[in-house]
Design a protein around this ligand. Structure first.
Ligand code: FES
Ligand code: MG
Length: 601
C-alpha cells in the first residue's frame, strides 16, 4: 500500500477514510501531471516522495517570529519542538513566514498590520496544501491576525503562545513592559531622572526573549485564545524561556495532528459561548481595551454574533482577580506560578460564569480542562470572594460624541475617584472643559506649551487617531498631563478619544470611540473650551451644547470636506482606509467578512 507511512500509520487510520485537502496537490491520480508539478518542487529540499504521498497530514507552522518581530522571535526555536510533536504524531511539518508585526516598532502603527497579516495568511492557508496549522502567537496583533485567518479558512488550527518575558527588576522592584515606560516618562518630565536613567529603567523591563510581561494586549490576547479553547489548556502563561514552554510546543505539535484526524475546526470551537467565556475571563484578568476590537473581529470572520454591548452585558460585573501590572503589582512569571488561565476559569466556573460545555482544541470541554485547577498563589490570583476590585469589566458609553466607546473600569484608581467622582450628589459623573488634540503629533507639540489652557479639571481629547484618521488606529489616547501639572502633583487627567490605548497603560481613558472623527463622529465637532459630561452609571458621554449648534458645526465641517486627516504614505494605508470597519465591528476589512469557511473539507 503506497499510503503506508514509515511509522506504519495508514492514511485511513488518521482520517477515518476522509480525504485530506493536501491530497489534491500531492496525490491526485486523476490529475497526474499536475501532481508531479507540485511534488517536484516540495522535494527539492529533501522531502521524499514517500512522505509527500504517504497520506499523512501536512501541518503548517505559521511562523510569526523574526528579527523584525522580536516579541515572537523565540518561536523560531520553539518550532523545532513543534515539528518533533507533529512528526511523532504522524504528520509532516511545513513551516512558513507570516507577515511580521512588532507593536512598538512599526510606523505609523502596528494596527495597520493586523489586517494585512490576516489577509496574507488567509491566502497561504487557502492556497497551499495544508491540512492543519499551528498558529504561533505572541505580540499584540499577531494573535488576532492568526485567529482571524484561521476563522476565515476554517482548517483545523491550534495556537501556541510564545509566552511572556521573564519579570523585569530594578532596585528590587518589578518593572513591567510598557507600564514602566509610562512611569519613567512622568519621572523624566518631573526631572526625577535623566535620559540615561530613563533608558536604564525602561530596558530593565525586557530581560529575556518573549512578549510584554505585563497584562498588556499580548498577555491578554494569549490568555483569551486559551479561554476561547483555541490552544492547549495552561499554555498561555508559560514564560518564553521556561522548559515548560518547549514542552507545550511539542504537545501542540502532537495535538494538531489529532485535530486534523478528527477534523476539529475553528468553527467547532469558536462558538458564541466560547466568546462569552473569553469576555468574562478578560474582566477577571484586567485585560486590554484592545480585546473587544480583536475578539469582535475574530467573531465576525467565523460568523458568530458578538456586539460591543456584549462586553458590558457579560463582562462588566465580573471582578478583577489577577494582580498583574498595570492594574496591579505582579508580572508574567508570577501569573504562571499562580496557575494562569485554568485557575481563573476554575474560579469563574464555581460562580456559574463559564459555559463549561465549550469544546476546546484538545477535544475536551473547557469545564473538563479546568475543573480541577487551583490557585497556587493568592497574592497574584485572588479568589472570587476576595477580588482586587468589583465590577472590573468594560463600561460601554454613548451619546452625542459617539455611538460607542469603552472604559476599562479595573484601572480607575482611588486617587482618580477622589478627584473626579467624589461629588456625593453625582457620584458616577464628572464634567469639565476639554482640550482637543488632532492626532498624537499635535498633542506632543502642544502639551507643555505655556499657552495651553490646562487645569486639574481638564478632560484631554485625542481625535484623528482612529482606523481611518491614523490608518490602523494609534495607541495614543492615554495622555499625560503637562509637565507643569505633574510637578504640582496632578499625575493624570481624564482622557477620551478615537484612538486606542496600550494594554500596558493604567489610565482610565474613554477610548475606541466609534465612529471616529475621520468618519464624522461627534468628536469631529468638539472645540477646545467646550464642556463634556460623562456619566458612568448612565453610560453616557455628551458635549454640553444644544443640538442646533452641533448641527451647524456639522454642516460647516461638511462644507469644508469633512474632518481633515493626513494623506496616506503607503499603498496599504490607502487600501485599508477604504475598506476598514470601525472599532465596534472589529476594525476588519469589510469585504473580507463574507468569505467564511473557505477551505473546509
Ligand atoms: Fe510586542 Fe508588547 S510590544 S508584546
Ligand atoms: Mg499595544
Amino acid at each position: 500500500d503506497k499510503y503506508m507511512s514509515e511509522s506504519g500509520i495508514n492514511k485511513d487510520d488518521i482520517t477515518s477514510g476522509r480525504v485530506l485537502r493536501s491530497r489534491a496537490w500531492f496525490d491526485d491520480p486523476s490529475n497526474a501531471d499536475m501532481t508531479a508539478l507540485y511534488l517536484e518542487r516540495y522535494m527539492n529540499f529533501g522531502l521524499s516522495l514517500e512522505e509527500l504521498q504517504s497520506g499523512k497530514p501536512i501541518i503548517g507552522i505559521a511562523q510569526t517570529g523574526s528579527d523584525l518581530s522580536p516579541c515572537n522571535r523565540h518561536h523560531i526555536v520553539l518550532a523545532e519542538r513543534t515539528r518533533e510533536g507533529i512528526r511523532q504524531a504522524g504528520g509532516i511539518a511545513i513551516e512558513f513566514p507570516v507577515h511580521p508585526i512588532q507593536e512598538t516598532g512599526k510606523r505609523p502603527t502596528a494596527g495597520l498590520d493586523r489586517n494585512l497579516a490576516y489577509m496574507a495568511l488567509v491566502e497561504l492557508l487557502y492556497g497551499y496544501p495544508l491540512d492543519g496549522v499551528v498558529l504561533t502567537t505572541g505580540c499584540d496583533k499577531t494573535t488576532p491576525a492568526c485567529l482571524m485567518a484561521a476563522a476565515t479558512v476554517n482548517i483545523p488550527a491550534i495556537a501556541l503562545s510564545v509566552g511572556p518575558m521573564l519579570n523585569g527588576w530594578h532596585k528590587g522592584e518589578r518593572t513591567g513592559s510598557g507600564t514602566i515606560v509610562w512611569k519613567a516618562r512622568e519621572m523624566l518630565a518631573a526631572g526625577e531622572i535623566d535620559y540615561q536613567g530613563f533608558i536604564k529603567l525602561v530596558a530593565s523591563s525586557a530581560p529575556s526573549t518573549g512578549y510584554c510581561n505585563t497584562m498588556g494586549t499580548a498577555t491578554t490576547m494569549n490568555s483569551l485564545t486559551e479561554a476561547l479553547g483555541m490552544s492547549l489548556p495552561g499554555q498561555a502563561a508559560i514564560p518564553a524561556p521556561y522548559r515548560d514552554r518547549q514542552e507545550a510546543a511539542y504537545r501542540t505539535g502532537l495535538q494538531i495532528v489529532e485535530m486534523v484526524a478528527e477534523n476539529r475546526k475553528p468553527s467547532d470551537i469558536l462558538t458564541r459561548e466560547a466568546f462569552i467565556n473569553a469576555i468574562r475571563v478578560n474582566s477577571a484578568i484586567g485585560g486590554s481595551t484592545n480585546a473587544p476590537i480583536h475578539l469582535n473581529a475574530i467573531a465576525r470572520h467565523v460568523g458568530v454574533e458578538l456586539s460591543i454591548d456584549d462586553w458590558q452585558t457579560y463582562g462588566r460585573e465580573v471582578p478583577l482577580l489577577v494582580n498583574l501590572q498595570p492594574a496591579g503589582e505582579y508580572l508574567g512569571e508570577d501569573y504562571y506560578h499562580a496557575g494562569g488561565v485554568p485557575a481563573i476559569v476554575a474560579e469563574l466556573m464555581k460562580q456559574g460564569l463559564i459555559h463549561e460545555d465549550a469544546l476546546t482544541a484538545n477535544g475536551r470541554t473547557m469545564g473538563d480542562n479546568c475543573r480541577d485547577a487551583t490557585i497556587e498563589d493568592e497574592r497574584v490570583i485572588h479568589p472570587y470572594d476576595k477580588p482586587i476590585r468589583e465590577n472590573a469589566g468594560f463600561s460601554v458609553l454613548r451619546g452625542n460624541l459617539f455611538d460607542s466607546a469603552i472604559m476599562k473600569r479595573s484601572v480607575i484608581s482611588d486617587e482618580f475617584r477622589q478627584r473626579f467622582l467624589s461629588d456625593p450628589n453625582d457620584p458616577d459623573a464628572f464634567e469639565g472643559p476639554v482640550i482637543v488634540f488632532d492626532g498624537p503629533e499635535d498633542y506632543h507639540a502642544r502639551i507643555d506649551s505655556p499657552d495651553l489652557p490646562i487645569t486639574d479639571r481638564t478632560i484631554l481629547i485625542m481625535r484623528g487617531a482612529g482606523p481611518i484618521g491614523y490608518p490602523g488606529a494609534a495607541e495614543v489616547v492615554n495622555m499625560r498631563p503637562s509637565a507643569e501639572l505633574i510637578k504640582r502633583g496632578v499625575a493624570s487627567l481624564p482622557c477620551m478619544g478615537d484612538g486606542r490605548q496600550s494594554g500596558t497603560s493604567g489610565s482610565p481613558s474613554i477610548l475606541n470611540a466609534s465612529p471616529e472623527a475621520a468618519a464624522m463622529g461627534g468628536l469631529a465637532l468638539l472645540q477646545t473650551g467646550d464642556k463634556v459630561r460623562i456619566d458612568l452609571k448612565k453610560g453616557t458621554a455628551d458635549i454640553l451644547i444644544d443640538d442646533a449648534e452641533l448641527a451647524q458645526r456639522r454642516a460647516d465641517l461638511e462644507a469644508k470636506g469633512g474632518y481633515p486627516y493626513p494623506e496616506s504614505q503607503t499603498p496599504w494605508q490607502e487600501m485599508q482606509r477604504g475598506v476598514t470597519s470601525q472599532y465596534d465591528t472589529g476594525a476588519v476589512l469589510e469585504p473580507a467578512v463574507k468569505y467564511q469557511r473557505i477551505a473546509q473539507v
